[in-house]
Design a binder for this molecule. Sequence first.
Ligand code: AP5
Ligand code: MG
Length: 214
Amino acid sequence: MNLILLGPPGAGKGTQARRLEDTRGLVQLSTGDMLRAMVAEGGPLGQQAKEIMAAGKLMPDELMVEIIGERISKPDVANGFILDGFPRTVAQAESLDAMLADKGLKLHHVIEMRVVDEVLVERVTGRYTCAKCGKGYHDLFEKPKVEGVCDSCGGTEFKRRADDNAETVTTRLSQYHQQTAPILPYYQDHGVLKAVDGMADIDEVTRQIEAILA
Ligand code: AP5
Ligand code: MG
């Protein structure tokens, strides 16, 4: 099964995609994570990504389409994938359709995660991850069971994303409304769009997604 989780910054795309990896064996394809890996590697493209992401702007469509095209050609996605952070423009959505048709693949569901802007700023600025295994946490909503110790791997170092500050989040939100939200009618017209209440607690959002996939 191939899915898109679509929603603004902090909607819970990554949180839910990781759960679906564990429960359904789908592969999470997060373009944000791919770009952060490029930044960590360095090089001119990594530098470009670093600057654009820090500003909360979008990377060029052609580059993102190329990155995803390569990724969905790999054999590990055969059991299905969850796109998290892609497509982000109508042009990316159209290119994705063309790529999937080319590979004989189908998009089963596009799930919109609905959350109001005010909540998103709090979610994103409170977010952090384990530096060792990447497990995600939140200052208020998802704390480790033992303070300062990762539930998954026992790691004691945590990190925050460079773009998770109030100023950049505001730009990311306006980019979402201007560039990404126009994808919703596109998928509505294709008959694959569903929505979940992203304001509900994390387990309830998972239940709503599972109900769509059932
Ligand atoms: P990306 O990494 O995709 O960031 P984003 O879309 O801004 O989304 P986030 O990762 O911030 O949020 P999320 O929805 O995954 O939320 P999470 O589950 O972590 O992209 C970063 C940048 O890369 C972009 O700005 C752009 O520059 C570039 N980029 C990426 N893809 C691109 C593309 N296709 N084209 C062009 N540029 C691209 O949850 C957030 C927090 O809330 C967590 O702490 C979590 O614990 C908590 N939480 C989650 N769900 C709930 C809930 N239901 N209740 C309470 N708390 C919750
Ligand atoms: Mg994410």
